[in-house]
Design a protein around this ligand. Structure first.
Ligand SMILES: [Zn+2]
Length: 84
């Protein structure tokens, strides 16, 4: 059985400034190539526009109608996202 990493991440709409914390989980079997990413709890005001097992493809829609990717590469320094 595969363990899963759970963490929360702040979502922020660049259009209206709405923010919230999403509770997400993904497989820690990263070498398998499939992170099996999942948003377990979407914060109020945000909705899943296009669910994906890849957080860089997962599209979130804000209450204002703005759509953006859950994982935006530009939001993190080179070397990847911070992990616990
Ligand atoms: Zn918005």
């Amino acid at each position: 059985m595969t363990a899963r990493d759970r963490y929360s991440r702040k979502l922020e709409c660049s259009q209206c400034g709405h923010t919230g914390f999403a509770e997400v989980s993904e497989s820690d079997e990263r070498r398998a190539g499939n992170r099996d990413f999942r948003i377990d709890e979407m914060p109020a005001g945000f909705a899943a526009e296009f669910p994906s097992q890849d957080p860089s493809k997962y599209m979130v829609r804000c209450q204002c109608g703005h759509k953006f990717r859950f994982e935006q590469k530009t939001a993190y320094p080179p070397g990847g996202e911070p992990r616990r």
